[in-house]
Design a protein around this ligand. Structure first.
Ligand code: ASP
Length: 318
């Protein structure tokens, strides 16, 4: 028998509202044990639940991420796999944080739902059941942290939320899924690039929180004054630039005077910001990390170093 541990954090998968409706519900209303109790048992695995918190994922914080990483790291030797039940809004950030900080090659699988448990055709039970099957299988060993959603398995490195309502809202765009899952069959077609889990430099075992960073979204005529505010409030800035990471002359004049690290990503969901497309050589290209994932990596990087060259290296390797 395999031993699978569920870390539950809330979200729509634990949401309850007016029967049948898909809006106006309260995320994080059910305990993990109530949700798991409604599923068919797995033949080959026992399931235990740990309620980390029971909240809307928009309220997730770095101390909660750190607690999750610690629980996984401390239990990894005695468990065969982990499932993290999570709201879909910030699932990609938690997944990427865990991808960079858990020290195990065993499956760590996030899942959630787009429809609350009280709605018609709630997608949570199906997603959770598939996530448990994935966590109990040997197929995901060494692939880093994954997200199982709507029958597909995604790498934490590429996964993002692309729709406000659709059951297939979780996706990895042109980077694609790692594989698919149908009942007991798990078919893996791809492997994630970049260093992760046991290969990373990031150790959060002694950390209580992460350094603060600020994401500044660029749009036509955006006020560059926001950057001075961002620099005063944080240790690093991520720009969600236009196109391949571009911004106005007004932004440029402020950015070139900042001495904290500035990472350039794009407000466009897919495609990289490369070294060659940077307007200022002292800034750091986010590659194909979304602004919100670039913020996760920058926070972890700043926990270990303030050196821009080292931080640039992390963005090239992770
Ligand atoms: N607001 C919810 C959350 O992220 C949305 C969801 O879970 O789908 O917790």
């Amino acid at each position: 028998m395999k031993r699978i541990i569920i870390l539950a954090t809330g979200g729509t998968i634990a949401g309850i509202g007016e029967p049948g409706k898909t809006t106006g519900y309260v995320p994080g209303s059910l305990d993990a044990s109530e949700i798991v109790g409604g599923l068919p048992g797995l033949k080959d695995a026992s399931v235990e639940t740990i309620q980390i918190c029971n909240i809307n994922s928009d309220d997730i914080t770095a101390p909660i991420w750190i607690r999750m990483a610690r629980v996984i790291n401390e239990m990894a030797a005695d468990a065969d796999g982990f499932v993290v039940m999570h709201g879909t809004d910030t699932m990609e950030e938690t997944a990427y944080f865990l991808h960079l900080t858990v020290k195990t090659d065993k499956p760590v699988v996030l899942t959630g739902a787009m429809k609350p448990a009280s709605s018609i055709s709630a997608d949570g039970p199906g997603n959770l059941y598939q996530a448990l099957r994935a966590a109990a299988s040997d197929c995901l060993k060494g692939l880093g942290v994954t997200v199982v959603f709507s029958g597909r398995i995604y790498s934490a490195r590429y996964v993002t939320k692309k729709s406000t309502y659709d059951n297939g809202a979780i996706d990895a765009g042109e980077m694609g899924a790692l594989g698919i899952i149908r009942d007991e069959e798990i078919l893996i077609y791809n492997r994630p690039a970049g260093r992760h889990t046991i290969e990373t430099d990031f150790d959060v075992s002694g950390a209580g929180d992460l350094p603060k960073v600020f994401i500044s979204y660029f749009y036509a005529e955006s006020d560059a004054g926001i950057l001075a505010y961002a620099a005063a409030k944080s240790e690093g800035i991520v720009i969600a630039g236009a196109g391949a990471g571009e911004y106005s002359m007004a932004f440029k004049q402020v950015i070139e005077r900042l001495d904290i690290p500035v990472v350039i990503s794009s407000r466009i969901n897919f495609g990289p910001v490369t070294k060659g497309s940077l307007l200022l050589p002292d800034t750091i290209a986010a590659g194909n990390l979304t602004p919100q994932k670039a913020a996760v990596l920058l926070r972890l990087a700043l926990m270990t170093t303030k050196d821009k060259a080292k931080i640039r290296e992390y963005f090239e390797e992770y």
